[in-house]
Design a protein around this ligand. Structure first.
Ligand code: XMP
Length: 326
């Protein structure tokens, strides 16, 4: 049997009942595989790693250690949510690593998109490996691999996943959701009691806001990306579009233009808004947004985000544009 092939008899998990059955089965399998040994998990707060964490907390409790690396490229409120949900509500052992300065220092002055991705990926592994070495007796490494990652062996996830740990860290893998599709992971996450804001999160690239702060990342432009993204998400949620538009976010390019605020000329950055619908991210259509919503977003971003005087709307489908700008 190919251990990377979804069993043909496996029913598609579409209901809470099927999710409960999957959870019961996985808890037994995890307990059997792990025994009384210790497991480590890189917990980004994305739906896949969050579901794996919730399963492992149920299966083996304090034998699990989660590591959450804040690389400074997360969305507003994300590290806080990970800590609140996993440490405070679910009682997980969670190591929070503030690596913001370390990542941003490495990235300073680097404008090439692929170099940025490589630095983020490598730095992530370094930080994670350093934390792993501080811990005694870890035998297993848990990962939120899902079935599309195996099928495509990932144009998407290969960029950033915790593959390729140094040789001294030869953990055995634990991958409880590796046969699930994304929609099934969400059904399981819901049944595990994770909050909707985690379960129904839109896809978020591994290099995070780093690929939306175009060119060489600076802290002020990164803050403009983070703040404008938070406003965009808030306005989409108020308009009832959460979970209805596939992916929506903001980008801050590295050029300025003149504008005017309170009678004074300004020379500031633009924010670009991008909202797309797709089935598989290979092609994408621009989401048709209500113009009143666009105007509310423009008004808030130009008023509330420091260093920004203009908002542009990217209406390019994929192709010819990719979804992200880098
Ligand atoms: P593009 O920009 O290639 O993106 O049209 C397609 C989908 O993949 C996401 N994406 C990434 N995800 N690491 C990831 O985990 C990455 O480096 C990466 N780059 C793009 C993007 O957000 C979109 O959903």
């Amino acid at each position: 049997m190919n251990e990377n092939k979804r069993p043909e008899t496996m029913e598609r998990i579409t209901t809470p009942q099927l999710a409960e059955a999957f959870i019961a089965e996985q808890l037994a399998a995890l307990r059997e595989q792990i025994g009384d040994k210790k497991v480590l998990l890189a917990l980004s707060g994305g739906v896949d790693s969050s579901v794996v964490a919730a399963l492992l907390i149920k299966a083996v409790g304090s034998q699990l250690t989660c590591v959450h690396v804040n690389h400074g490229l997360l969305r507003k409120g994300e590290p806080e949510q990970v800590i609140r949900v996993f440490r405070e509500e679910l009682g997980a052992i969670l190591i929070y690593v503030d690596a913001v300065d370390r990542f941003l220092d490495q990235l300073a002055g680097v404008a090439d998109p692929e170099k940025k991705r490589k630095i983020i990926g490598k730095e992530f592994i370094d930080v994670f490996a350093e934390e792993a070495r501080k811990l005694d007796g870890i035998r297993f490494l848990a990962q939120g691999t899902i079935y599309p990652d195996i099928l495509e062996s990932g144009p998407v996830k290969s960029h950033h996943n915790v593959g390729g740990l140094p040789e001294d860290l030869d953990f055995e893998l634990v991958e409880p959701v590796k046969f699930l599709y994304k929609d099934e992971v969400r059904v399981v996450g819901k049944a595990l009691g994770l909050p909707d804001s985690m379960v129904y999160r839109q896809p978020f690239p591994g290099p995070g806001l780093g690929v939306r702060c175009v060119g060489a990342i600076t802290r002020d432009r990164l803050e403009a990306v983070r703040e404008s993204d938070a406003i965009l998400r808030e306005e989409f949620a108020k308009a009832g579009l959460e979970g209805k538009v596939w992916q929506y976010f903001t980008i801050v390019p590295d050029f300025k233009s003149t504008g005017i605020t309170d009678g004074l000329r300004t020379y500031d950055w633009p924010v670009v808004i991008r909202a797309v619908n797709t089935v598989d991210a290979v092609t994408a259509e621009v989401a048709e947004l209500d113009f009143g919503l666009v105007q509310r977003i423009v008004a808030r971003i130009t008023k509330e985000v420091k260093g920004v005087n203009r908002v542009l709307w990217d209406v390019t489908p994929k192709p010819s544009g990719t979804i992200e700008w880098e």
